[in-house]
Design a protein around this ligand. Structure first.
Ligand code: UGA
Length: 446
């Protein structure tokens, strides 16, 4: 009999993981402490925008027409413990307010709520991104609280999914990392992932600490790559070079590669920014602060790009933002997501507004989330509506639909033809030909 699976925490990671496990053929019970989330999911609706997720939910959520019935939801830990052989912990680990360290309270409370109900052999599998050393501590906690004692084990299996590609990344991961302390745990994880393993996905077994580190090191590396090219953009700005050409030429060296070398307003979201900070905080606790001191610079380069975009807008508008109308295209931290957590786009929109500009924002999917964070900005239903009368248009999240905007049509509604490309994905020639001034980070002005 296949193991039964529970997924605890139904956010970006957990909702996708639960659906994907059902798609792979397992019986799955998803748990969240928020009934509004489990209610939505029980109706086959995703609590966030993630391409393809609702299709799988509809295929498997129990009670929906023609579904496999393999996926159900609950708010009860007792029910989850009774149901599952393997329990995936997918709750979030946000940055603590006013500190670099991450807030482990959701992970701790998931373990503390589940473990006392584990009265038969069970494997608790951590997926959340946590400071190194957490898994060993949580393993002791599980053994201590579970009536099953040592029969209730813990493993660490970090998740590398990208928002916008979460379903694909979960069903066909590029690697599976299993931090385990027993052969039984490894065998169970191999069984859970037998489909991707049969498809050739590498499976790397490690100790608990290494598994935790693979995740934080990967995100630290990705952040470093983005900040590296953004630092080169700063040099291009002073030396008169073109960072887009530079990145293209660097990318042909396959030791460097083209991916994650897109210069612009930098990285945001619920992962990279808080993960590098939590990593620094943890290194400090371990007495190894120096090893990660460079991440402070990576963070500063990244945050500077937002300030620079505001300055570039001010300069474009003749030195003052006061009373100027600015259209901001994009609020999500990246395209194909409605996530505005630490979004560079929304952060820039907010700064412009606070400095006196009249900002109108459009985003294809993130409007509701953006309004919640920044209710004082104006919001328009379309890019063209947002650009009505604007003295400058800022392209800050590279949604495909913005790449298809016709500069001539948009030029007909704006107050002045100034386009600022914060993502370096629009075609400067096309916009310039239509009479716009095109400006971007790390690129020559004309
Ligand atoms: C990131 C990692 O890419 C995933 O591997 C990881 O699993 C995930 O965090 C996580 O820790 O859960 P995600 O936050 O979905 O995934 O977003 P990314 O695709 O990494 O993009 C992050 C930010 O970097 C975005 O704001 C994006 O616009 C920016 N970015 C990305 C650039 O500015 N330049 C680039 O070249 C690439």
């Amino acid at each position: 009999m296949s193991p039964k699976i529970t997924v605890i925490g139904l956010g970006y990671l957990g909702a996708t993981h639960a659906a994907a496990m059902a798609e792979l053929g397992f019986d799955v019970l998803g748990l969240d402490i928020l009934p509004e989330k489990t209610d939505l999911l029980s109706r086959g609706l995703a609590p966030m925008y993630e391409p393809g997720l609702e299709d799988i939910l509809r295929r498997h959520v129990v009670g929906l027409p023609e579904s496999s019935g393999r996926l159900a939801f609950t708010t009860s830990y007792a029910e989850a413990a009774a149901f599952g052989d393997i329990h995936f912990i997918c709750v979030n680990t946000p940055q603590k307010p006013g500190e670099y360290a991450c807030d482990m309270s959701y992970v701790d409370s998931a373990v503390d709520s589940l473990a006392p109900h584990l009265d038969r052999p069970a494997l608790v599998v951590g997926k959340s991104t946590v400071p190194v050393g957490s898994a060993a501590r949580l393993a002791r906690r599980v053994a201590e609280l579970a009536p099953a004692g040592e029969e209730a084990e813990l493993a660490w299996n970090p998740e590398f999914l990208r928002e916008g590609f979460a379903v694909e990344d979960t069903l066909r991961p590029d690697r599976i990392v299993a931090g385990v302390t027993s052969e039984r745990a490894e065998a169970l994880l191999r069984e859970v992932y037998s489909t991707p393993l049969a498809g050739g996905t590498p499976f790397i077994t490690t100790d608990l600490a290494t598994a935790e580190l693979v995740k934080t090191a990967a995100n630290a590396f990705l952040s470093t790559k983005i900040s590296f090219i953004n630092a080169m953009a700063e040099i291009c700005e002073t030396a008169g070079g073109d960072v887009v050409k530079l990145a293209e030429a660097l990318g042909y060296d396959d030791r460097i590669g083209r991916k994650f070398l897109r210069a612009g307003i930098g990285f945001g979201g619920g992962c990279l920014p808080k993960d590098i900070r939590a990593f620094m905080a943890r290194a400090g606790e371990l007495g190894a602060a120096e090893a990660l001191a460079f991440l402070r610079e990576i963070d500063s380069i990244n945050m500077r790009r937002r300030v620079y975009m505001v300055e570039l807008t001010r300069e474009t508008l003749g030195g003052s933002l006061l009373g100027k109308r600015v259209a901001v295209l994009g609020a999500a931290f990246k395209p194909d997501s409605d996530d505005v957590r630490d979004s560079p786009a929304l952060n820039i929109a907010g700064q412009l507004h606070l400095q006196g500009a009249e900002v109108t924002v459009h985003d294809p999917k993130a409007m509701e989330n953006a309004k919640r964070v920044f209710p004082t900005l104006r919001y328009a239903d379309g890019a063209t509506e947002a650009a009505q009368g604007a003295h400058a248009v800022l392209h800050l999240t590279e949604w495909a639909e913005y790449g298809e905007l016709d500069p001539a049509v948009l030029g007909g509604v704006v107050g002045a033809r100034h386009i600022l490309d914060g993502r370096n994905t629009l075609d400067p020639e096309l916009w310039r030909k239509a009479g716009w001034t095109y400006r971007a980070l790390g690129r020559p002005t004309a």
